[in-house]
Ligand binder design. Structure first.
Ligand SMILES: [Zn+2]
Length: 96
C-alpha cells in the first residue's frame, strides 16, 4: 500500500462532488414535489455545493501551486493527471 497521490485525492473529491451534485438536484426536486417551487431549497443546494467544493482549492501542484482543476482560465470537474503549467506528474507511476 502506498499513500494516495495528490491526483488520487483530487479524483476522490471529484467523485464526491458528482455525488453531492446528484443529491442536491434530488433534494430540490423532492422539495418542489412536496412543497411547490422553492427558491430557498435551490439556495440551500447551491450553498451546500459551494461549501462542499471549497476543498477543491486545496488541490494544488506541489511544484508551482497551480490548481489541479484549472485548465487555463477554465475550471473542469476532473483533476489534471499532470500539472498543466510545469508538467509535474501528480498521479504516481502509472501516468503515461
Ligand atoms: Zn505545476
Amino acid at each position: 500500500m502506498t499513500a494516495p497521490t495528490l491526483y488520487d485525492q483530487a479524483r476522490r473529491h471529484a467523485q464526491f462532488m458528482a455525488g453531492a451534485l446528484v443529491l442536491s438536484i434530488l433534494f430540490v426536486l423532492v422539495v418542489e414535489r412536496f412543497f411547490g417551487h422553492s427558491t430557498i431549497a435551490f439556495g440551500i443546494a447551491i450553498v451546500a455545493l459551494v461549501f462542499a467544493n471549497r476543498r477543491m482549492l486545496g488541490f494544488n501542484c506541489p511544484t508551482c501551486g497551480k490548481n489541479l482543476f484549472f485548465r487555463g482560465i477554465f475550471v473542469v470537474p476532473w483533476p489534471n493527471r499532470t500539472c498543466g503549467k510545469c508538467g509535474t506528474r501528480l498521479s504516481g507511476t502509472d501516468a503515461p
